[in-house]
Design a protein around this ligand. Structure first.
Ligand code: GRG
Length: 346
């Protein structure tokens, strides 16, 4: 059955009462904010009027929307091969933050795109991200037992199933965009190329992961550390923002500013992640902290120390805001996303 066919299925049972169409109300993490998203009409009322400037509320609303759509796009557990589909769902619905799809939605909506046109590409990015986490956790890579607060895919199932689940997520991601009838065929090809470049090699996530593995247990220079991060984590985050802008038809100058914003955002995300590995608990993180140091990984705190890393964070955060100054549209939501990252605890 194709990814397109799954889109026709009814509302997900494991997601309770979220409707396939209509309006959902989601209480934000802050009691005062209620986000109302119309899923099948222009779901951007709140954003366009500038009401939704609370990144936490925005992320909460995006999570519900993305989870609901992912459930329609991914084969059911009852469908053969059951073990692979169960493994995909185990990892995909494990409580991830949905940061990359939310960034795509935020960027697209900043430039006036309807959420219907953004949603499937946003889900495709989350599929690529989850595939990368499943493979990153494998014994031959990071060899991690805990992810998103529960056993990693290969621990819960087995190594072969985890490899296949990751492979399947990657191909489903590209299939999802290729079959998205809300987008013109030329745009679909452009998005597929954008994401493939960001996820692959020589400039994307695979290249960054390979470089990172090769750099274990040896000293790296500052420029090398930044290059690893730009490719391993930053490339997909940059692609998320660029895809949102591309779908919305942003002008070249706007796309350039968004690219720079997202490049800094990716760095901000990775440096925060490095810091949390040193400062947070397993309970906060939902994964094993301190692993980077034990593996002598190239990280910012290992290189600069915790205090200098915090100072560098502030510089990169400022750069995110500066890039947004170049954009005429209301960018409050994109600003608050940068603020949210720097404040995150997990
Ligand atoms: C296997 C080709 C391949 C690549 C793996 C993503 C990645 C490359 C490795 C993950 C290593 C890691 C912990 C990087 C730090 C930044 C990062 C990607 C954190 C996890 O992303 P979050 O915080 O996770 O968005 P959730 O669970 O919220 O989706």
């Amino acid at each position: 059955m194709s990814a397109g066919a799954h889109q026709q299925s009814s509302a997900p049972t494991e997601l309770g009462s979220i409707p396939a169409t209509g309006t959902i109300n989601i209480s934000s993490l802050r009691d005062s904010a209620i986000v109302s998203l119309k899923m099948k009409t222009v779901s951007t009322e709140g954003y366009q009027t500038g009401c939704i400037i609370d990144a936490r509320a925005f992320f909460a609303s995006c999570r519900a929307l993305i989870d609901s759509q992912l459930d329609r796009l991914i084969p059911k557990e009852s469908e053969e091969p059951i073990r692979v589909h169960s493994a995909i769902r185990w990892s995909l619905f494990a409580g991830g933050k949905r940061f990359r799809p939310a960034l795509l939605l935020a960027t697209g909506q900043t430039f006036g795109a309807n959420a219907d046109r953004l949603l499937r590409t946003a889900c495709a990015l989350e599929m690529i991200h989850t595939y990368s986490l499943i493979h990153d956790d494998l014994p031959s890579m990071d060899n991690d037992d805990l992810r998103r607060g529960r056993p990693t895919c290969h621990v819960k199932f087995d190594e072969a199933t985890a490899i296949l689940a990751g492979d399947a997520l990657q191909t489903l991601a590209f299939q999802t965009i290729a079959e998205d009838e809300d987008l013109a065929p030329t745009l679909r090809v452009q998005l597929i190329a954008e994401i493939a470049r960001a996820a692959g090699t020589p400039e994307g996530m695979v290249a960054g992961q390979a470089h990172d593995l090769a750099a274990e247990s040896r000293d790296v220079a500052a420029a090398e550390l930044e290059l690893i991060h730009h490719r391993k984590t930053g490339a997909l985050i940059r692609a998320a923002a660029r895809c949102g802008a591309l779908i919305a038809g942003a002008k070249e100058k706007e796309l350039d500013a968004i690219t720079e914003y997202a490049t800094n955002l990716g760095l901000l995300f990775q440096i925060t992640d490095d810091l949390l590995d040193v400062t947070a608990t397993a309970e906060d993180l939902g994964k094993t902290p301190g692993k980077d140091a034990r593996a002598r990984k190239a990280t910012y705190p290992a290189f600069y120390g915790v205090e200098a890393t915090r100072a560098h964070l502030a510089v990169v955060h400022r750069a995110c805001h500066d890039e947004l100054e170049k954009i005429e549209q209301r960018t409050q939501l994109l600003r608050s996303i940068a603020d949210f990252i720097i404040e995150r605890q997990a």
